[in-house]
Design a protein around this ligand. Structure first.
Ligand code: ADP
Ligand code: MG
Length: 600
């Protein structure tokens, strides 16, 4: 076969494949064009999930009559002129290929008028060819109608999913843009049924409720603008409190300079910001919008423009993580007791049969476990908990007394008693508190151990007699790899034949010697299974603390409960256990008064 240049129409169809993957890509490109044209009202209608029809209407700048035909040619754009312009793209479009691509795989009707002209233009394009062109009257703005998408690309048409799935893809895009662009009135209808309508009054809250529903939407915390307003990298948006979490990261949305993008690292920055505040394998809900200088990033990575590269990715990572973490830490209230527990919260450890009492801890372990004078004082916070505290003047002015009470620190509490050998009941200035003894103790031990580890000295206690532990082969193999790490954590373990280990010393705080279970626990955590990488040491420490902490079912003396509460008060993050479950619930006096109908 001889080499030949492809006919324009074939080349266009090949290129279209990258831009127009499915109806949602058409919706995306057309809406982006409307936003670029400064529209304040955008209407999207589809039929049959967008295969039969997609209509996007706006009240934007419109296209001058002599440019309409050109707009549908490849590499025709009004948004770029020189190669230099590529260095600082401030519009959503810039490649000049969306309209051409869409037109090459569908039947398009475009009616448009720019405000400066008296009369509008109507063109009809089929498979890339202009088949009709006329002048029409209409108000300024643009309406683009796409019919029979992929009518000439049977392969693509075959790969389209159900109407519902295609609608969902479009909605995923539209709902997010409705949140990110609260000044624009969006109206969306599928098969004549309205699915989204925002007023464009500038309040993102309205769109949030629309998109996330009442329960979730009204609980999201707004990232205070003061956090980043004077910086090069601005971070705005909404993040869930620690009581709200989801099974996957689908609820994390990232916008950069007004564009929805996918970015693994920044998604990870957000997940990291919730580190130890959410249960394991649970993900936050977050809608984070970053604004940076256009020249600091490159969106010309892929035709669909859903990825960007940053000049200084670390700086963006840090800015996002810091803003999210500050917002969450500032507003992590003790879970209100009358609220339904958040969906998906794992129940606390079932009442066990263990009857070990705290008083049975070795004196050294007791000392360590229960009296930590200053390791967790605010100044001495281990770096892992470090946040950027807001200067007092920048804390949120609107904070209600409850929100203020919800700061991470605990008020001084007085122990009243123990319930169900699981919970400590205490009283404080803001009412009654119920503390999960296991979760609270886990939190205390965890902070203490990590702090010791960071200072390079986890007190270790030699066993009078070394203990042997056997593990299944694959667990043994993964344990083998981390023996040096265990050593730094005060766990002196050495290999002792196939699948067998000899434990010579344990961290001094360890009281139970269920070493088999502990080592199996540690080994079973696949070391790089989770894409969320947390330091290996931290993970091991969490496991040790889980094993060592007092269990539900253990009777505690007043003195023990008192110590536990005092230690918890000193913790950097007293309100959640290292796995992110709440350690403490609060019932305010008002709530009690209301329940007893005392008010008024
Ligand atoms: P790009 O958006 O990358 O410039 P497109 O193919 O999407 O490329 O659009 C080509 C041009 O058509 C745009 O640059 C713009 O000038 C014009 N255009 C497209 N849609 C609209 C619209 N809704 N309102 C005004 N002008 C539009
Ligand atoms: Mg475009």
């Amino acid at each position: 076969m001889t080499i030949r240049l492809l006919p324009e129409a074939v080349a266009a169809r090949i290129a279209a494949g990258e831009v127009v993957e499915r109806p949602a890509s058409v919706v995306k490109e057309l809406v982006e064009n409307s936003l670029d044209a400064n529209a304040t009202r955008v209407t999207v209608e589809t039929q049959e999930g967008g295969r039969a029809l997609i209509r996007v209407r706006d009240n934007g700048n419109g296209i001058p009559s002599e440019e309409v035909d050109l707009a549908f040619r490849r590499h025709a754009t009004s948004k770029l002129q020189t190669a230099d312009d590529l260095e600082h793209i401030a519009t959503l479009g810039f490649r000049g290929e969306a309209l051409a691509s869409i037109a090459s795989v569908s039947r398009v009707t475009c009616v448009t008028r720019c405000a400066a002209e008296e009369i509008g233009t109507r063109v009809r394009i089929e498979g890339g060819d202009i088949v009709a062109h006329s002048a029409v009257g209409r108000p300024p703005g643009t309406e683009i109608l796409i019919e029979d998408l992929f009518y000439n690309v049977p392969a693509r048409r075959k790969f389209l999913r159900s109407e519902r799935t295609e609608r969902r893809h479009s909605d995923a895009f539209l709902t997010r843009y409705a949140i990110a662009y609260p000044d624009i009135a969006f109206y969306v209808a599928h098969d004549g049924r309205e699915v989204l309508s925002t007023s464009g009054n500038g309040a993102a809250q309205e769109a949030l409720l629309n998109v996330y529903g009442m329960e979730l939407g009204s609980n999201l915390l707004e990232i205070p603008t003061e956090l980043t307003q004077d910086r090069d990298i601005q971070v705005r948006g909404f993040v869930g409190p620690t009581t709200i979490h989801r099974a996957d990261r689908g609820y994390i949305t990232l916008f950069i300079n007004g564009r929805w993008i996918q970015d693994l690292r920044l998604t990870y920055a957000i997940i990291q910001a919730y580190h130890t505040l959410l249960p394991v394998k649970r993900f936050p809900v977050a809608f984070v919008m970053v604004t940076i200088q256009p020249e600091e990033m490159d969106v010309n990575v892929h035709p669909a423009k859903t990825e960007v590269r940053f000049r200084d990715a670390d700086a963006v990572f840090r800015a996002v993580q810091r803003a999210v973490r500050s917002t969450v830490m500032e507003e992590a209230p003790a879970a209100a007791v009358w609220q339904a527990p958040p969906a998906g919260t794992p129940s606390t450890t079932a009442p066990g049969t263990t009857r070990t009492r705290l008083s049975l801890l070795t004196p050294a372990a007791r000392q360590l476990a229960l009296s930590q004078p200053d390791v967790t004082s605010p100044e001495g916070q281990p770096a892992i908990f470090a946040t950027t505290p807001l200067p007092a003047s920048q804390t949120r002015q609107t904070a209600t007394p409850q929100a203020a009470a919800g700061r991470q620190t605990l008020p001084p509490l007085r122990v009243i008693g123990q319930a169900s050998t699981m919970f400590i009941i205490a009283e404080g200035p803001d009412g009654l508190y119920l503390i999960d003894q296991h979760a609270a103790h886990e939190r205390i031990l965890y902070e203490q151990m990590l702090s010791d580890w960071m200072q390079g000295q986890i007190p270790s206690q030699p066993l009078l007699e070394p203990q042997t532990v056997s593990l299944p082969m694959d667990e043994a193999a993964s344990l083998e790899e981390i023996l040096p790490t265990l050593q730094t954590l005060g766990l002196d373990v050495e290999s002792f034949g196939p699948g067998t280990f000899l434990v010579r010393a344990v961290p001094a705080m360890m009281t139970t010697l269920a070493l088999n279970e502990l080592l199996a626990d540690i080994a079973a955590s696949p070391l790089d299974h989770s894409p969320i990488h947390t330091e290996l040491e931290e993970r091991i420490v969490r496991r040790i603390c889980k094993r060592v902490a007092v269990k539900a079912g253990q009777v505690l003396s007043f003195e023990e409960m008192d110590r536990l509460i005092k230690d918890l008060e000193r913790s950097a993050n007293p309100r959640t256990c290292p796995h992110g479950r709440p350690t403490i619930l609060q019932i305010s006096i008002e709530q009690l008064a209301r329940q007893f109908r005392r008010e008024g």
